[in-house]
Design a protein around this ligand. Sequence first.
Ligand SMILES: Cc1cc2nc3c(=O)[nH]c(=O)nc-3n(C[C@H](O)[C@H](O)[C@H](O)COP(=O)(O)O)c2cc1C
Length: 241
Amino acid sequence: MHERNAAIGARLIILCKFRSKAHDAAMASVPEIHHLRRDYRREPLEESSLNVDPFAQFSAWFDDALAAGILEPNAMTLGTADASGLVSCRTVLLKGIDARGFVFFTNYGSRKARQMASNPNAALLFPWITLERQVEVAGPIEKISEAESLEYFLSRPFGSRIGAWVSEQSSVIPSREVLVSRFEDLKKQFADGHVPKPEGWGGYRLVPRTIEFWQGGADRLHDRFLYTRADAAWQVSRLSP
Ligand SMILES: Cc1cc2nc3c(=O)[nH]c(=O)nc-3n(C[C@H](O)[C@H](O)[C@H](O)COP(=O)(O)O)c2cc1C
């Protein structure tokens, strides 16, 4: 038994050495990250140019992101945390914005959905780095109405509607083939084109309590303006970079 353990030990050591060499080789091919440096030189963000309404300000910056040809300008990082404070984030697409808040769609059984059910506080980040800008929106999350979810679901292409049925988002699956075969079965089942909305799929709205606009500045003297909801109005403060 002792010899067997020794053999296993030796194999583990070899494995560790191998992993360490592979790790070193992989890291050697990574460019020297600490040398990556960019000074931000675009127009500063002046307090005098800010719109008093952060939604109007967001809309103007969103138009700039569209005009700049940013890939998926409506892609945003959604940060959530569970009741114990365990944090996670992922990209989702902004699909609507109005005076109530920012809307995205997802699976109501996913990891993010479980987190938002136990802790409704969340944050969104638009990383418009090409424009040396970011916008962070934070506040509680609420589900949108079934009617609103249905309206958007029916506007999606056939394949995306089927996809919503296929994926039990965030669950462990044995292989990609499982997804493909389910997709093919459902395509036959809904061949007439009428794909109902799955009950467990729909939209959420983040209702902002704060919205922060960040514009990169020279020598790391960035401009940051934080809008905070104060009853019906918004208060604006400049933050230190
Ligand atoms: C560009 C991009 C857009 C995405 N859009 C969405 C989306 O609108 N809704 C969604 O549920 N997942 C979207 N995803 C996938 C999510 O990032 C994530 O993998 C998925 O929602 C599962 O997250 P969860 O396990 O934390 O719930 C997108 C991913 C990328 C990279």
